[in-house]
Design a protein around this ligand. Structure first.
Ligand code: ATP
Ligand code: MG
Length: 440
C-alpha cells in the first residue's frame, strides 16, 4: 500500500507481537497521514487494545512517557515507538485536558477522540488494512483540515485544537475547512484557558516542521487567535513601509521573513517573525528609529509569555537587537572585531541567516556579496587568534583584584571590559606585561 516507504522493522515487530498475544495493534495518527501523503513519518505512533501493563510485559525496554494517558515508549534496535492504549476521553470540564481517561477495547472509540480527519486513520501493516471512518483520505486529497465531528464541540472540549488546526494547515500546506474555520473564531474564550506550554509546543512545531509558517500565523490573525497570544504582531497589520524597499506591510514582511528563514533554526525563524515587532510603535514618517533595540524588549515579553526557555529567548533577542548592522568595506579591522564582540561569535551565522531572510521578504533583490566579504574578514580575524571576548585576554579577574587590591565587585568586570576595548582596537596590546601595566 505504501510503496515509497518501508514500514520499519521495529513497528512490524511490535504489531506482530501484540497480535500474536491476541491484541489489536495499528499505526495511527501522523504516521498514517504522512505515509498516505508519500512522506516518511518522523515519529511512529501505534495504538492497541492491550492495557499499558500488558504492553509493558510484552517488551524488554519500555519507558512510561505518559502513563496516565496510556502512552509508553518502546525502545527497539532500530528506533523508538510510541504505543498508546485505545482510549476514549472523559468529559473536558476545563477545556484544557480530559478530566478522566478511559481505556477502551474499540479502535473506533480511539479514532473518534482524535482531532482532525486526516489524523484519525489507523493502519494494520500485517493485514494491510486501512481504517478510515471519517473520510481522512478524501480530506487529504482535498487538502483540508476538518475536525472529527462537530467542530465547535471538539474545540470546546480542548481549545488547543484551534491552534493545532492552524499549525497543521501550515505544516501540510492545507486549507482549514469552512465550518471548522468559523468554529475557531467562536472558540476564543476556551482557547484562553489552554496552558501556555501547550501553545508553545505548537508554535515550535510550526516553526520547525512547516515550509511556510506564515500560513499558520495568517490563519491565527484572521481567526483572532493571534490577538490572544501575540497582539503586538497584530499591530503591524497595515503598517506601511517605504515603497522603494518594501512591497509588504510590516505584518506580511515579518511572516514572509519567517518563511524564508531556515526551518532547522527556530531561533532565526522566531527572530525573523519578531524582528520588526516594534516598528508600529517606532514609526516616524518613513523611519523607524531604534526599532531594533525596542524590538528586542518587546520580543522578550512575548517569548516569556509564550514560555520559551532562557537560552532560546536570549538568542532571539540578541539577533533582533543586532539585525540592523550595516557593513561596508570601509569598516576597519577594529570595527569588525567590535562587531564580533557585540554579536558573539556563536551567533554570527544566525545573524547572517536572519539578514538573508529579512531582505528576501522585501521588494528589491539585494546583493548579499557584502555578507561574504564580512564573513571572510571575520574568518581572518579568528585565524589570527585575536582577543574577541574578556576570556581571551592575557590577564584575568584575579590579576585585576590583586593589582587594584579589591575583592570581587562590578569594578573587576568593568576593568576587564575596558581592557578588551583597547585590545580590540589594537591586538598587539594583548600581552600580560602590557595589560598588567594598563590595569595600574
Ligand atoms: P506531527 O507529525 O506533527 O507530530 P501528529 O499527527 O503526530 O503530527 P501529534 O501532535 O504528535 O501530531 O499528535 C499525535 C496524534 O494524536 C494526532 O495525529 C491526533 O490523532 C492525536 N492528537 C494529538 N493532540 C490531540 C488533541 N489535542 N486532540 C485530539 N487529538 C489529538
Ligand atoms: Mg507526532
Amino acid at each position: 500500500m505504501f510503496e515509497q516507504f518501508q514500514i520499519p522493522h521495529g513497528a512490524m515487530e511490535i504489531v506482530k507481537k501484540l497480535q500474536d498475544r491476541g491484541f489489536k495493534c495499528y499505526l495511527v495518527g501522523g504516521s498514517v497521514r504522512d505515509l498516505l501523503m508519500g512522506k516518511c513519518p518522523d515519529e511512529w505512533d501505534l495504538t492497541t487494545d492491550a492495557r499499558p501493563e500488558e504492553v509493558a510485559q510484552s517488551f524488554q525496554k519500555v519507558v512510561p512517557t505518559g502513563l496516565e494517558f496510556g502512552t509508553q515508549l518502546i525502545i527497539l534496535e532500530d528506533g523508538k515507538y510510541e504505543v498508546t492504549t485505545f482510549r476514549t476521553e472523559g468529559r473536558y470540564l476545563d477545556g484544557r485536558h480530559p478530566s478522566i481517561v478511559n481505556f477502551s477495547k474499540e479502535l473506533h472509540e480511539d479514532l473518534s477522540r482524535r482531532d482532525f480527519t486526516v489524523n484519525a486513520m489507523a493502519f494494520d501493516p500485517v493485514k494491510g488494512e486501512l481504517v478510515d471512518e471519517y473520510n481522512g483520505q478524501k480530506d487529504l486529497k482535498k487538502k483540508i483540515i476538518r475536525t472529527v465531528g462537530d467542530p465547535l464541540a471538539r474545540f470546546f472540549e480542548d481549545g488547543l485544537r484551534t491552534v493545532r488546526a492552524c499549525r497543521f494547515a501550515a505544516q501540510l500546506n492545507f486549507k482549514i475547512e469552512k465550518k471548522t474555520l468559523s468554529a475557531v473564531k467562536q472558540s476564543l474564550n476556551v482557547v484562553q484557558k489552554v496552558a501556555r506550554e501547550r501553545i508553545h509546543d505548537e508554535i515550535i512545531k510550526v516553526l520547525t516542521k512547516a515550509d511556510y509558517p506564515s500560513i499558520c500565523f495568517d490563519y491565527m490573525l484572521k481567526t483572532g487567535l493571534l490577538n490572544l497570544f501575540i497582539p503586538e504582531l497584530v499591530l503591524a497589520v497595515g503598517v506601511k513601509q517605504p515603497r522603494e524597499f518594501h512591497k509588504y506591510d510590516v505584518f506580511y514582511h515579518s511572516l514572509y521573513a519567517c518563511d524564508a528563514a531556515p526551518k532547522d533554526r527556530p531561533a532565526v525563524r522566531l527572530a525573523a517573525l519578531l524582528h520588526d515587532i516594534s516598528k508600529p510603535e517606532c514609526k516616524d514618517g518613513d523611519h523607524f528609529y531604534g526599532h531594533d533595540q525596542k524590538g528586542g524588549e518587546i520580543a522578550y515579553a512575548i517569548l516569556k509569555r509564550l514560555k520559551f526557555g532562557n537560552e532560546l529567548t536570549n538568542k532571539v533577542i540578541n539577533l533582533i537587537k543586532n539585525h540592523m548592522f550595516n557593513y561596508e568595506s570601509s569598516w576597519t579591522d577594529a570595527a569588525v572585531r567590535r562587531f564580533i564582540n557585540r554579536v558573539g561569535m556563536e551567533n554570527l551565522l544566525d545573524l547572517f541567516a536572519l539578514r538573508i531572510a529579512d531582505t528576501s521578504a522585501m521588494e528589491r533583490e539585494i546583493d548579499s556579496g557584502y555578507l561574504l566579504e564580512l564573513k571572510k574578514r571575520i574568518d581572518k580575524i579568528v585565524a589570527d587568534e585575536n582577543a574577541l571576548k574578556v576570556s581571551d585576554l592575557a590577564v584575568n579577574g584575579q590579576d585585576v583584584m590583586q593589582i587594584l587590591q579589591i575583592g570581587p565587585s562590578p569594578k573587576v568586570g568593568e576593568t576587564l571590559n575596558s581592557l578588551l576595548e583597547k585590545v580590540i582596537d589594537d591586538p598587539a596590546l594583548n600581552q600580560r606585561e602590557i595589560l598588567l601595566k594598563l590595569i595600574k
